[in-house]
Design a binder for this molecule. Structure first.
Ligand code: CA
Ligand code: CA
Ligand code: CA
Length: 134
């Protein structure tokens, strides 16, 4: 369970769209440490970078972890800490619910945006320096 939270944090820490109170509550001091542990959790094969497959796995796991009524859709009530604005950004068809596809699309966009050297993987530095627009 703890793992899901840190995974969400990496991906959401990157984007701030899937609700995670942790990412918002994190102070500047513990922010780096927080991201490092989240990064390590997401880096499943421990090669020091996060590739697309790892993001896909993590987003799926995070999605299932957040989907408390298991209907394969996330409603605002299931996303603690997400603002209406963040939610709307991911809800591309505006039906008030997030599907895995919508979330995945959003996360892969973030993945590409965070990949500043465009080598197809995210280094810890890239994740740390990625500043999503609020
Ligand atoms: Ca990896
Ligand atoms: Ca939707
Ligand atoms: Ca990269």
């Amino acid at each position: 369970m703890m793992k899901h939270q840190t995974i969400i944090a990496v991906i959401v820490g990157m984007v701030c769209s899937l609700g995670t109170a942790a990412a918002e509550v994190a102070t500047l001091e513990n922010d780096v440490q927080f991201h490092q542990s989240a990064f390590q959790a997401a880096d499943r094969n421990q090669d020091g970078v996060i590739d697309k497959a790892e993001v896909t796995t993590d987003v799926t796991a995070a999605f299932i972890g957040q989907d408390s009524n298991a209907d394969r859709q996330l409603e605002p009530t299931e996303l603690v800490g997400a603002t209406a604005e963040q939610f709307a950004k991911v809800d591309t068809n505006n039906d008030g619910k997030l599907t895995l596809e919508e979330v995945m699309e959003n996360k892969l966009q973030d993945f590409q945006a965070a990949d500043t050297n465009q080598d197809g993987v995210l280094s810890q530095e890239e994740v740390l320096h990625f500043n999503p627009k609020p």
